[in-house]
Design a protein around this ligand. Structure first.
Ligand code: EPZ
Length: 414
């Protein structure tokens, strides 16, 4: 699919079921390696990043089988601890295999994940925590080489609540000797999901979802069957589409308890949100109000992954808006594309100031990364006329059925 074509300018009207969470599924798939047995995951999103992670697991010797949105991993045949360069390049989240490969085999080799469009993406916090647990990292020019005969629990402190570092340390700690504390842990729902999944395999984790997590090492883990929570960022993206276009949308199965940090922004924009059974329903006026002083923060603050879709929605609001991006240093890449549609945005370091305009104009747009691509869908949906979003493969990394979802919400897309 070379491009998505969207006829914009109509209010939303429809409903969509929210897929499983990409950022919960990826660390859970990595953690399945810890158990030399079978893991069954329900509501696993069939997206490119999940397919990439499953390719890596197969490459390591695991068996993988899909049945609708259920995936079964049999990790008994794990025969390697080395991730190939082409796989690591395909998806930087392969770094979350560091903790599980060390926990299962005592070794890991993962090519440096490197930066990406949104930022440098260092892994110093991962390495520092693992070193404290006894992991050695011999000099290796091309990648992270790690080995540890026996992981030892310790008191670990994260200077920043890194999601990935918390995930790696959790996976390394569940089979380690003794007790591990992680102070300053990330509190994202995806961490809670990972801890629940690990506990369902027999791990002993307390404090999940808080900044102080205690892991008591166990000797072994066992088979499990687990259902992944719905994706709060996908649900939030469609809330952004609603405030951008106006109208009404029902999000079936939206993880409302994981979305509290984003609701105040939509309320200030003039949207109304309520629950109808298992649906989160949003009703928005044709043109919402701008909001100033929005900050992306670690959970439970406004999520950085929703910053670009929200910026797109703020472009045609009444009045001024401002967003400060506090998590990634280069996450304003869609500003140029939005300006090409008539948006009025000024950027000063990590702050963007948006002067709402009556209408955006559709045009040829180019996605450069996942959430920026999703933001262009939001912009195209509320713009006058036709838009084509090229390089939409980036969007397919995290959105299982973006074309079908947008159609179900009443947006003309093909
Ligand atoms: C996860 O990335 C998510 N990815 C990201 O979603 C999300 O934006 C991010 O968490 C923050 O919520 C997955 O879960 C697969 P971090 P991660 O470690 O783990 C700095 C998406 O669109 N940092 O919390 O890489 C880092 O540079 C993706 O779905 C260090 O300095 O995020 C960044 O500025 C994008 N040293 C900040 O912390 C470290 O060792 C947040 O990074 C690690 C991180």
């Amino acid at each position: 699919m070379e491009y998505l074509q969207i006829e914009g300018g109509r209010p939303l009207k429809g409903q969509v079921r929210i897929q499983g969470s990409k950022n919960a599924a990826l660390p859970i798939l990595a953690a399945a390696v810890l158990n030399p047995g079978k893991t069954i995951l329900h509501r696993c999103p069939r997206i490119r990043d999940v397919e990439a992670m499953l390719d890596i697991l197969k490459n390591l010797g695991c068996k993988v089988a899909w049945e609708r949105d259920t995936v079964c991993i049999d990790a008994r045949g794990l025969a390697s601890y080395t991730i190939s360069r082409e796989h690591a390049k395909q998806m930087r989240s392969s770094i979350t295999l560091l903790g599980s490969l060390l926990g299962r085999t005592g070794q890991a080799y993962i090519p440096y994940p490197g930066g990406c469009v949104i930022g440098e993406r260092p892994i110093d916090l991962h390495i520092a925590g693992l070193k404290k647990m006894g992991v050695e990292f011999p000099e290796s020019p091309e990648g992270v080489e790690a080995r540890c005969s026996r992981l030892k629990g310790d008191r670990l402190v994260l200077g920043f609540p890194s999601v990935g570092a918390t995930e790696n340390l959790l996976q390394a700690a569940v089979l380690a000797e003794g007790t591990t504390w992680i102070f300053g842990a990330a509190r994202e729902p995806e961490i809670l999901e990972l801890c629940r999944f690990l506990n369902s395999m027999g791990a002993k984790i307390a404090g999940a979802g808080t900044s102080r997590i205690r892991i008591t090492g166990v000797k072994k883990l066992h088979d499990t069957e687990y259902t992944i929570a719905a994706d709060r960022i996908v649900a939030g993206t469609y809330l952004c589409a609603a405030v951008a276009c106006g109208g009404e949308a029902a999000l079936l199965g939206a993880p409302v308890s994981h979305m509290q940090g984003m609701f105040p922004v939509f309320w200030k924009m003039g949207a109304r949100l309520h629950l109808e059974g298992e649906a989160l329903v949003i009703q928005a006026p044709g043109r919402c109000f701008g909001v100033s002083g929005i900050e992306t923060l670690p959970y439970p603050g406004f999520p950085t992954d929703l910053q670009s879709p929200l910026m797109a929605a703020l472009c045609r609001t009444r009045g001024m808006s401002s967003i400060r991006e506090n998590i990634f240093e280069a996450r304003f890449k869609i500003v140029e594309e939005l300006r090409s549609m008539g948006a009025r945005i000024r950027v000063e370091k990590n702050r963007a100031f948006i002067q709402g305009v009556e209408n955006l104009q559709g045009g040829n747009l180019y996605a450069r990364e996942l959430r920026g691509g999703a933001a262009l869908c939001v912009a195209a949906a509320c713009a006058q006329g036709q838009s084509r979003i090229y390089d939409c493969r980036y969007i397919l990394r995290g959105y299982e059925n973006v074309t079908g979802d947008l159609k179900n919400l009443g947006i003309m897309v093909q």
